[in-house]
Write a new protein. Structure first.
Length: 417
């Protein structure tokens, strides 16, 4: 029965993840579309009263004529489409996925005992409380006089996000740290829609129905929050994908990596926003983005720059790894720290099948996955998750050294395969 429940639970997690991805595509797609549309509006001599600009577009074999009213039209249109459920569904499905993976599986994925002595309940409370805390602080900043100085407000928001990234890394696993930073940012974005943008639009609609002239301040406030969402979208996507890439989340500098990702989000969006608004072609943003990404790659392997075991990450044939100096020691480490889960019949409590069907029991198993072992247990601390089997730092050094020895003795023709 336990095995069947594990299967059902795994498929439930998959279904929620699928839903989360689908709704995120819908939200991000509509958001990017309207940002590009808003920036591309043109003036025309025949615009009706109150219209700010228009755009002609062609898609799907037809032409679309779109006009934007900066505040509102003179009368309420008969049909009005609201763009809100994409945001709400994305946040709700993401929250459900957070609970399934990081709360229900908190002992493996949430708490890092080597960083802090927290119970699972305490970790869950920090997880949930931090999301609410982030929105409250951000919302108060926006409602303060800083709202009249958007650039300074953006700088303070960046500082807040960096501090939260550092704070998460003090208590959570690297995987959970970046994921929570993404959830923290996404909560701000979705709350902007739920608490500010949509309510402000409803006030304008109510004024139109009542025959009152809408106050332009509501549109101005919503525009500020929408701009923040625009610049935060790409970093959120990075953080949501990061749990698949140990070099991103398992470095001790992951919070600095996160800070650079936020800057990349700014440079990338600035380029496209400028292009859509026809304000020139700021090509400087591309080399700036590339430099930021190179810094991220360097930081992800920073421990290697201080360790003689620095090496390439190329895979090679199994016999080279099996005969390399240090293999016996590395094999003993893997068998002692990893094989209780990565076995054909796992013995670790709660694990009913090897994660991702990766087996680490035999010489063939270990040499076949040499690169993954090196990346996830040698270069980074991704495995064991939350270091539940207490792999020591000198053991990680031994794994790196074994991989280095194998690569040092490997012909170039094999190393490039």
């Amino acid at each position: 029965m336990a095995y069947e429940l594990a299967i059902i639970w795994d498929w439930l997690a998959f279904a929620v993840r699928w839903l989360h991805v689908i709704t995120a595509i819908a939200w991000i797609g509509s958001s990017f579309y309207f940002i590009a549309l808003d920036l591309g509006l043109r003036q025309a001599p025949d615009l009706p009263k109150g219209a700010h600009g228009e755009e002609w577009q062609v898609h799907g074999g037809g032409f679309y004529h779109i006009r934007k009213y900066l505040v509102a039209p003179e009368r309420m249109p008969e049909h009005l489409t609201w763009f809100k459920w994409e945001s709400y569904s994305t946040w709700l499905s993401g929250a459900a996925l957070l609970m399934i993976v990081y709360w229900a599986g908190g002992e493996l994925y949430l708490i890092d005992a080597s960083k802090s002595d927290l119970s699972l309940l305490q970790g869950i409370l920090i997880s949930a409380g931090s999301l609410a805390f982030g929105w409250i602080v951000y919302d108060q900043l926006c409602k303060s006089p800083l709202g009249e100085t958007p650039t300074l407000l953006m700088v303070l928001l960046f500082v807040l996000l960096v501090v939260m990234g550092w704070g998460y890394n003090q208590v959570f696993t690297g995987r959970a740290s970046l994921l929570h930073l993404g959830a923290f940012t996404a909560t701000i974005m979705s709350a902007n829609v739920f608490f500010i943008i949509i309510p402000n639009q409803k006030i304008v609609v109510a004024d139109l129905i009542a025959g009152r002239a809408p106050d332009p301040k509501y549109g101005k406030i919503a525009k500020l929050r929408s701009t923040h969402n625009n610049y935060l979208t790409l970093p959120v996507i990075f953080f949501m994908l990061s749990n698949h890439y140990p070099l991103a989340f398992a470095s001790e500098y992951n919070w600095i990596i996160a800070a650079l990702v936020f800057l990349m989000g700014v440079t990338i969006r600035h380029y496209f926003n400028s292009l859509h608004a026809r304000r020139g072609n700021p090509i400087w943003t591309w080399p700036a983005t590339i430099i930021l990404f190179i810094l991220i790659m360097w930081l992800s392997t920073a421990p290697l720059h201080q360790d003689p075991s620095d090496t390439s990450e190329l895979s090679a044939r199994q016999d080279i790894f099996a005969t390399a100096v240090g293999f016996d020691e590395a094999q003993d480490i893997v068998l002692g720290r990893c094989s209780m889960c990565h076995a054909r019949e796992p013995v670790y409590d709660g694990i009913h099948r090897a994660p991702k069907h990766v087996f680490l029991e035999t010489t063939a198993d270990i040499t076949q996955h040499a690169k993954a072992i090196y990346l996830q247990s040698g270069v980074s601390h991704a495995m064991p998750p939350a270091n539940v089997s207490w792999m020591e730092e000198d053991e990680r050094v031994s794994i790196r050294q074994w991989y280095r020895n194998a690569m040092d003795t490997m012909p170039l023709s094999l190393a490039l395969k």
